[in-house]
Design a protein around this ligand. Structure first.
Ligand SMILES: Nc1ncnc2c1ncn2[C@@H]1O[C@H](COP(=O)(O)OP(=O)(O)OP(=O)(O)O)[C@@H](O)[C@H]1O
Length: 452
């Protein structure tokens, strides 16, 4: 078994311990030491680090096994590793924040299914690499979420679709509502702190920058300067009081990062001090409006709570056709907030072209086969209505549209009276007219929703 040494500057952290492959030895061995630096490998007598997950500015996260639990389940061991050039005050702040993370996880991890549980928090004092001195390390052990964070997911699979981003937004808003109700502000919402478990369920990680709002500062806490550039709201960067709306701002920046695949700094024009994400992201105007309001520089003009944003989403959008993978597991916590299928401009235009094309074909076919114009027109309207309804429900979409169009055109060829060039001309013309009308309405709608 490979055991990973957690000493920050260990030169050969991977320790090969074949005797630990025997579970009896692994359970009973009193301690193991790193062959390179002499650091104790078994933490708190029970956690066995097996791999490094990530090393960040303030610490490292290791994948570990808990040898005291049958089956030795995986867990995550986070170690506080502040950079060496910190002043004693900064070091104290880093230690305090690490302890706060443990306190917050202990407080809410068990209560919310989408926040990792805390298993342990302890210091380890070891002899330093410099002779005669000792080093103190702090460890925090938490539930392992088997999956991928959204930063890695973005790198791996590319930009999120509007529907995927909406699902993330709603899920995270529900978790934010829970923590804000507990008077906790996360202060570091960003894709790498949102983890998608294998089953699709999202988890909020890294409570290392949280502010627990005390009774003395009922709705806000002052900022300590821990934040991520691009995602952090102006009041946090300025070191002023932070609010639930501070997390809401960071969530909007996160969603735009996922939608565009670009860093928030690329979506903001510092020259005019405004977000210019709309140059690179094309989404439903209602969602644009909501994101813009989440990103307003003045805290009091933003949505004030996660619930307000959820309400705004619920008001504009109706039930989804795509049910979030995690929906069944989260509805108990959060109620059923649902969204309507959102259509991109391309989807709308493709749908319009299809409907125009089909309208022409159906009208030609029925008027050729049925003598009464009233009956043929009524039948054509019903068929067209059904086709449009099926599209709004996403029962037919993408390639289905093409297949249906080709099949219906081919069917028409069996009607002897049909003049093919005429059919082609009329159906293409009807498609173009439908596209033009839809595009015009879409433009007017976008324009009105921007100025209102
Ligand atoms: N409970 C967990 N389960 C699975 N993976 C985790 C867990 N906690 C952390 N990780 C992984 O380790 C990474 C770093 O963790 P975390 O964000 O807590 O540390 P950090 O040093 O504060 O990072 P950053 O500075 O980027 O915020 C996460 O992005 C995630 O990929």
């Amino acid at each position: 078994m490979e055991v990973y040494c957690t000493r920050p500057r260990c030169l050969r952290p991977k320790n090969h311990c074949p005797d630990l492959d025997d579970t009896t030895t692994l359970k009973t061995t009193p301690q193991k030491y790193c062959t390179s630096c002499g650091m104790p490998l078994l933490l708190d007598g029970r956690y066995v680090p097996i791999n490094l997950l990530k090393r960040g500015g303030f610490g490292a996260a290791f994948l570990a096994r808990d040898r005291r639990i049958p089956g030795m389940p995986l867990c995550v061991v986070k170690q506080l590793q502040p950079a060496g050039n910190l002043t004693p005050e900064q070091l104290e702040t880093a230690e305090r924040l690490f302890e706060t993370e443990a306190e917050v996880l202990a407080y809410i991890g068990k209560e919310h299914a989408q926040i990792p549980d805390l298993f342990a928090y302890f210091p380890v004092i070891v002899s330093s690499l410099q002779s005669g001195l000792t080093d103190q390390f702090f460890y925090l052990v938490q539930e392992y979420i088997d999956g991928q964070n959204l930063e890695d997911e973005l790198i791996q699979k590319g930009k999120f679709s509007e529907q995927e981003a909406l699902e993330v937004m709603q899920e995270v808003l529900k978790i934010l509502k829970f923590i804000h109700d507990k008077k906790i502000i996360h202060r570091d919402i960003k894709p790498s702190n949102i983890m998608r478990r294998q089953d699709g369920r999202l988890f909020l990680l890294d409570f290392g920058a949280v502010k627990q709002v005390t009774a003395a500062s009922v709705s806000a806490g002052s900022s300590t300067g821990i934040y991520t550039v691009g995602f952090a709201a102006p009041e946090q960067i300025a070191g002023n009081l932070v609010f639930p709306a501070t997390d809401i701002y960071a969530l909007a920046a996160t969603i735009l990062n996922l939608l565009s695949g670009e860093e928030p700094s690329q979506l903001f024009d510092p020259y005019i001090n405004k977000w210019t994400w709309w140059k690179k992201v094309n989404i439903n105007p209602d969602l644009s409006y909501i994101l813009d309001r989440m990103l307003l520089p003045a805290v009091n003009e933003r949505f004030q709570s996660a619930n307000e944003v959820l309400d705004a989403l619920g008001q504009y959008l109706t039930p989804p056709t795509i049910i979030p993978k995690s929906k069944s597991s989260t509805s108990a916590n959060t109620g059923n907030n649902t969204t309507k299928p959102v259509f991109s401009t391309w989807e709308l235009l493709a749908g319009a072209a299809f409907s125009g094309f089909e309208a022409a074909l159906v009208a030609i076919a029925l008027s050729t086969l049925i003598q009464s114009p009233i009956i043929s027109l009524s039948l054509a309207s019903v068929i067209l209505g059904l086709l449009i309804f099926a599209q709004t429900k996403r029962w037919i979409k993408k390639f289905n549209l093409l297949i249906i169009a080709v099949v219906s055109f081919a069917t028409l060829l069996f009607i002897p009276e049909i003049v093919i060039p005429q059919v082609v001309f009329l159906s293409v013309a009807a498609s173009l007219i439908a596209i033009a009308i839809t595009a015009l309405f879409r433009l007017i709608y976008k324009f009105l929703s921007r100025i209102m």
